[in-house]
Design a protein around this ligand. Structure first.
Ligand code: GDP
Ligand code: IMO
Ligand code: MG
Length: 443
């Protein structure tokens, strides 16, 4: 099979960027299939730490083709900033980066709409990253979005202004005030609340985007498959933020799962090979919405501190909790996960005791290991099982057999429950702090 997929099984930020970068040398192509600048994928190697938002995490490898697929929503302003941030790495973008003409464009008013819609929701706000993701996907589905290929058309500006005028009437309806409501979008502050200045930079960013390879990426990918090239599809967000199966409405606006890679890149299901499901040894969530195993106590604080759990895109503190087996089983089922990759085991180093949510107790007293339909309204009590911690540093361990016994038992317990092998354990943010397990033939 030509296409493997790596995706998050929780609420995002599982460490996808680190592992895509780690396994990328096995592939010829790395492709993003959904999401956009709401993603923040961190890579660390050779003393460098870099956060990617829209550019695939294979970009630091010289011989890998990176593709931004049709399922992505692309912000040209943020794209330009990302490329500028990468300038010191001598990357040959004309050789290594390709953008689907069918990817949707995020325009500045999408971001204003994101702010206005969140404000209108009041208490029930999603806690969006305010990158315009929801409004851009809304326009895609409403069949009025602008696509990357459209920027090459002489009538692009005309179409842009038509969409902006439509957005402005919604903003007016929502009582959006440019002066008082813009505080949430930090990188817009430099414009001193002048829309004309944002728009002028946006058009410059469009001209910049035109200098890149804008392609029919579905043909490119299928040609690569026909030529026996190996492709890795890089997920963004996580399965529990999926628009169909996540904790709706507290989700993102795309299909974050295996099926999303098919539509977001133009890959037939029969070409899918391995599905790498990546999860933290505990759980985190940014933004609002249900989180059954959330810890609001000192243990939660310890996880946040040890795990440096602050958003890579927004800097917001992440909510922390114990690992959640019903949620993981659900994500494994929906994605067809073949390999599990466990991240951030080192964050649990200091705990004498580690807890695992094995079941949910529902308000009617029943004990289940399946997600209830109304996960938002249902009062879920997590049923926790306690296991001993390892209470030591994992620094310097590169051989899975040398891991502390308690950590091995934790891994084996999870494997038995989840019925999928854990073939990789990550014990630090750096590329080298990655351990392949002996059970793994290849990851
Ligand atoms: P992504 O969105 O899934 O790519 O994940 P993020 O980059 O948003 O968040 C993961 C964070 O954990 C980043 O700061 C990584 O550098 C860091 N990280 C990744 N793996 C490990 C690990 O095994 N241990 C520790 N302590 N940090 C890790
Ligand atoms: P990566 O790829 C964690 C969350 C937001 C919010 C909800 C909707 O780095 O794992 P959106 O801006 O998409 O409309 O926000 O989804 N969210 C993420 N949480 N990691 C991400 O991406 C996320 N992308 C969106 O916090 O709750
Ligand atoms: Mg992230």
């Amino acid at each position: 099979m030509a296409v493997d997929i790596l995706l998050g099984l929780q609420w995002g930020d599982e460490g996808k960027g680190k592992i895509v970068d780690f396994i990328a040398p096995k592939y010829h192509v790395v492709a993003r299939f959904q999401g956009g600048p709401n993603a923040g994928h961190t890579l660390e190697f050779d003393g460098i730490k870099h956060v990617l938002h829209q550019i695939p995490s294979g970009i630091f490898h010289e011989n890998i083709t990176n593709i931004i697929g049709n399922g992505v929503v692309l912000d040209p302003l943020i794209f330009r900033k990302e490329i500028d941030g990468l300038s010191k790495f001598n990357i040959n973008f004309s050789k290594n980066l390709f953008i689907s003409k069918k990817a949707q464009i995020i325009i500045p008013t999408h971001r204003l709409l994101d702010v206005a819609m969140e404000k209108a929701k009041g208490e029930g706000k999603i806690g969006s990253t305010l990158k315009g993701i929801g409004p851009a996907y809304q326009d895609k589905v409403a069949r009025q979005g602008l696509r990357v290929g459209d920027i090459l058309n002489p009538n692009f500006k005309e179409r842009y202004y038509k969409l902006v005028s439509n957005h402005k009437s919604i903003l007016e309806f929502l009582n959006f005030s440019f002066d008082s409501d813009l505080g949430g979008i930090k990188d817009f502050e430099k414009y001193n609340f002048e829309f004309a200045a944002i728009e002028s930079d946006f058009f410059k960013a469009i001209e910049f985007l035109k200098t890149f390879n804008l392609v029919d990426s579905e043909y490119m990918i299928n040609d690569a498959i026909a030529n026996k090239k190996l492709i890795l599809a890089e997920g963004a967000q996580g399965s529990l933020l999926d628009i169909d199966f996540g904790s709706y409405p507290f989700v993102t606006s795309s299909n974050t799962m295996t099926a999303g890679a098919c539509t977001g890149l133009g890959i037939a299901p029969r070409n899918i090979g391995k599905v790498f499901g990546i999860f933290k040894a505990y759980c985190t969530r940014v933004g609002s919405g249900p989180f059954p195993s959330e810890l609001l106590d000192a243990d939660g604080e310890t996880l946040r501190k040890q795990g440096n759990e602050f958003g890579s895109t927004t800097g917001r503190p992440r909510r922390c909790g114990w690992i959640d087996l019903p949620a993981l089983k659900y994500a494994i089922m929906l994605n067809g996960v073949t390999n599990l990759l466990m991240m951030k085991a080192d964050v649990l180093n200091e705990f004498d005791e580690i807890k695992i949510c094995t079941h949910y107790k529902l308000s009617n007293g029943s004990l289940v290991d399946r997600l209830p339909y109304d996960i938002v309204e249902e009062k879920i009590e997590p049923l926790l099982k306690s296991v001993p911690g390892w209470n030591c540093s994992l620094a310097g361990i590169s051989d899975a057999t040398k891991l502390p016994t308690q950590l091995k038992s934790y891994i084996e317990y999870l494997e038995a429950e989840l019925q999928v092998p854990i073939t990789l354990v990550s014990v630090g943010p750096d590329r080298v702090e990655t351990i392949l397990r002996e059970t793994a033939i290849t990851i």
